[in-house]
Design a protein around this ligand. Structure first.
Ligand code: DAH
Length: 360
């Protein structure tokens, strides 16, 4: 009965060719059903085996099994080939070259003024100072009066101060908006009062922050700048403590051999008041344009907290003393790096910022 043998042989070749040319997984599943399913081509041929003479049956049966095994293997191979093709298609579409070297990601770092402020904070931290912050928008009372600066004091001059207009008066279309008593703080000293009122003695705090003045901008002035205020209030502090502390801080910031000096100064909120200088970092003390030929550079003002200010902070000056200081981190940064123009410090120019070490 070679008819069945021929049919099986031609199924073997035709089906193999069809399997190899199938284009996707769905078509392959359908073809499998058509060839090998329960009412498929192979099953139909096997049914004819019953009418074949008994002596031919085993050989034909074996052939039919081989054809089934071969078709199953071919279908499986096609299946994984199709899956593999899919992977390749995705890769080609993404055009992803896994062997290409990575592009460097630009990473920013702190502004040199921020780096200096963190260094200062770190140094004072070693002496037990904590950070206390106050608002940039202040009242005249905190910014001036409570610091012993009465209304007729020269620093109360309107030109020194940026007032915050009453929002209502602007909305009403008033060309001359009324000034209220809210200002942009001109220094960080008002935070002294806020801290004294909020904290229990002994107080050892640093108060860093942004300040504003009604100043024309030039190489050494900006209308905004940073200050770091310091305050110690305790039962037993003295000018000697203040001097010792500031000398250590100057050494930590500018090196062990940096010359320092104190000069008498004047601030309404300290008595006595001092200015603290370091030897000029540019000329080493010989005198140059950077130090106005004095050989010294002033980095901060300081003094013993005025009794009136202590009282305004809620302390009895007969029981407590305090010392305070205020430094300018912008100027200190300029000294540190030899920067000649403060406008560079406040520009957002990356060519400036990226010239400095990253800090921490
Ligand atoms: N507030 C002063 C200023 O803006 C700086 C200052 C001087 C702060 C002496 C102080 C101080 O605490 O004791 O110029």
């Amino acid at each position: 009965m070679s008819e069945l043998r021929d049919a099986l042989e031609s199924l073997r070749t035709d089906a193999s060719a069809r399997v190899a040319s199938v284009a996707d997984a769905n078509a392959l599943a359908e073809l499998r059903h058509e060839l090998l399913g329960r009412s498929g081509t192979l099953t139909a041929l096997l049914k004819q085996l019953g009418s074949v003479p008994a002596e031919e049956r085993p050989a034909l049966g074996q052939l039919a099994n081989r054809v089934r095994a071969e078709l199953e293997a071919a279908i499986e191979a096609r299946q994984s080939a199709l899956a593999g093709d899919d992977d390749d298609a995705w890769l080609a579409e993404e055009a992803l070259d896994m062997s290409a070297p990575g592009r460097p990601v630009p990473i920013g770092h702190l502004h040199p003024v921020m780096t200096l402020m963190r260094d200062v904070r770190e140094i004072f931290h070693a002496y037990g100072f904590e950070v206390f912050e106050g608002p940039e928008i202040e009242t005249e009372e905190y910014n001036f009066e409570l610091l012993n600066i009465p209304p007729d004091h020269p620093s109360r001059d309107l030109w020194d101060t940026l007032y915050v207009a009453e929002p209502g008066s602007v909305e009403a279309g008033n060309p001359e908006p009324a000034r209220d008593e809210t200002i942009l703080r001109t220094h960080t000293s008002p935070v002294q009062i806020r801290a004294m009122r909020a904290l229990e003695p002994p107080i050892r705090i640093l108060m860093p922050g942004r300040c504003f003045r009604h100043d024309a901008v030039d190489a050494s002035h900006g209308f905004e700048f940073f200050q770091i205020e310091g305050l110690v209030v305790d039962r037993d502090t003295s000018l000697a403590d203040l001097k010792g502390l500031l000398e250590e801080v100057a050494r930590a910031l500018y090196g062990r051999d940096v010359p320092t000096r104190f000069r008498p100064g004047y601030y309404p909120f300290t008595e006595p008041s001092v200015a603290f200088d370091i030897g000029c970092l540019v000329c080493g003390g010989e005198g140059c344009p950077a130090c106005k030929r004095t050989g010294w550079m002033t980095i901060l003002g300081a003094g013993m907290v005025h009794p009136t200010v202590l009282r305004n902070g809620g302390f009895d000056p007969d029981e407590f003393q305090g010392y305070a200081f205020g430094m300018g981190p912008d100027r200190m940064t300029m000294l540190r790096h030899g920067i000649g123009d403060i406008r560079l410090v406040f520009s957002a120019d990356l060519r400036f910022g990226t010239q400095f070490p990253a800090g921490h």
